[in-house]
Design a protein around this ligand. Structure first.
Ligand code: F0G
Length: 449
């Protein structure tokens, strides 16, 4: 878009619609009670605006649905695999490319093949499944975010960067694999600068340590480099993405994010020795190397989606809609982590509900209040999810190409109403919890105070 309009529009029009449930307050209260006050236990039919995740929840384009009909379901060597391979190879330059059913399958194969027990993996911040897969094989996952990542008020442009001084110390002590998660989901969807990717890559090369990307949100990361990093305003987005991938020895990618698909993932490398290991492990768990846990039709959708995700009008709209959401929330007095990330806004429940102590789950209280007030579902990222969490946040993730500006205005209005009665919102106690990953299934009850 060359004209400089104040309004950045959704660069699509709606061809198919899906009705969303609109419930009465009484029905929402009953659903919340029935779900044990845990939004993961709600049925989707009880949710009006679902911001639980941006993973696999996007709207596919007409071109993707058309490609789906062209899926070639041959067991080996399908036409759909060739199309998928051609797109991933052109975008990333990596020659050994394996489809997997979703991102964590790529992580699992990588961990089981190239990380002997006792290995050390450093990352800006490991996503939960990445950490779990690394720990599963007896390796150690170490997070090295920059200090700014822990400060919600710090609006630095690249809070997803890795702390290079800490990386240097870690490399001196011994590292098996270095990773960068683009964008850094666990730290607020914050981007990593090209300068940081280059610096990490160069240090790893010098130290003889291989370097991987978790490229789940590679297109959003490329957009932030284009928009914020000096020298990249005139560089095309596919070229920025290619430069990021050029710096790595391999990558994992969940196609449920910037693949704009409902399922799928990629594991790729430029190392032939690893490719052999990956292929053998892939056959054990996912399937033959030309379909890897996916149907041919899914490979088609991913191939089209990966290219659509790098279109400048789409990414401009994507970043603007998340920023618009964050501005709206701040304007009605709901504090959010700054700057807004690429795929979500993170509400600062600790600041909004200072009367609720961490052990009474202020993030959960805010998430439940947003549901009760307007049927909005987000996810607590605080002491319920991580007992030692320093920040009490609620993530409202934006599915891609799904909700319009009016939906976002509505969520802001819901949040405004919640803020108006913030001092009366109570915390929660756990009634029942499983031995691990308790946030998914715990049953809670409002604190009687
Ligand atoms: N890496 C990152 C950075 C992620 O955010 C995710 C998933 C994965 C890997 C795993 O990919 O789900 O395809 O197996 N994140 C989702 C979320 C679940 O809600 O943030 P997957």
């Amino acid at each position: 878009m060359s004209d400089d309009f104040r309004t950045i529009i959704e660069p699509f029009r709606i061809k198919a619609v899906e009705a969303i449930p609109i419930l009465t307050r009484e029905a929402r209260a009953a659903a919340l009670e029935g779900a044990g006050h845990n939004l993961f236990r709600l049925l989707a039919e009880h949710v009006t605006i679902d911001l639980l995740t941006d993973s696999g929840t996007g709207a596919m384009s007409g071109a993707q649905w058309a490609a789906l009909m062209n899926g070639d379901e041959s067991y080996a060597g399908s036409r759909s695999f060739l199309r998928f391979f051609e797109v991933v190879k052109r975008l990333t330059g990596h020659p050994f490319i394996f489809p997997v059913h979703q991102g964590r399958a790529a992580e699992r194969i990588m961990a089981r093949t190239i990380l002997p027990p006792g290995s050390v993996v450093v990352n800006n911040t490991h996503f939960d499944t990445t950490r779990a897969n690394i720990e599963q094989v007896g390796a150690i996952a170490v997070d090295l975010p920059v200090a700014a990542a822990a400060n919600p008020a710090d609006a630095s442009p690249f809070k997803g960067d890795m702390d290079l001084a800490r990386l240097d110390r870690a490399l001196a002590e011994g590292v098996t694999l270095a990773m960068l998660t683009l964008t850094n989901n666990a730290a607020g969807g914050q981007p990593v600068s090209m300068a940081n990717i280059e610096a990490v890559s160069a240090r790893c090369k010098r130290a003889g340590v291989p370097f991987f990307l978790d490229a789940a949100r590679f297109a959003e990361n490329a957009w932030f480099i284009h928009a914020r990093e000096p020298g990249f305003a005139d560089v095309a987005l596919p070229e920025i993405a290619r430069r990021m991938f050029d710096l790595a020895d391999g990558f994992t990618l969940s196609a449920k994010k910037d693949g704009l698909a409902h399922i799928g993932g990629v594991l790729a490398t430029r190392r032939e020795d690893w490719a052999e290991l990956f292929r053998n492990e892939l056959i054990l768990g996912e399937g033959f190397p030309t379909y890897g846990g996916l149907a041919g039709r899914d490979l088609e959708c991913v191939a089209v989606g990966l290219e659509e995700a790098l279109e400048p009008d789409y990414l401009r709209y994507r970043a603007r809609s998340v920023a618009y959401f964050a501005e709206g929330l701040e304007a009605v007095g709901v504090p959010v982590v700054q700057p807004p990330g690429g795929h979500a806004v993170f509400l600062d429940a600790g600041r909004l509900l200072p009367h609720i102590p961490a052990e009474r789950f202020p993030g959960q209280a805010l998430a439940a209040a947003l549901y009760l007030e307007g049927g909005v579902r987000g996810v607590e990222i605080g002491s319920l999810m991580f007992p030692a969490a320093r920040l009490q946040l609620v993530r409202l993730a934006m599915p891609r190409r799904v909700y319009t500006q009016a939906h976002i205005d509505y969520v802001v209005e819901v949040a405004e109403r919640v803020r108006a009665r913030a001092s009366g919102i109570r915390g929660y106690r756990i009634v029942r919890e499983p031995p691990f990953l308790r946030h998914f299934s715990a049953v809670l009850t409002p604190d009687e105070g």
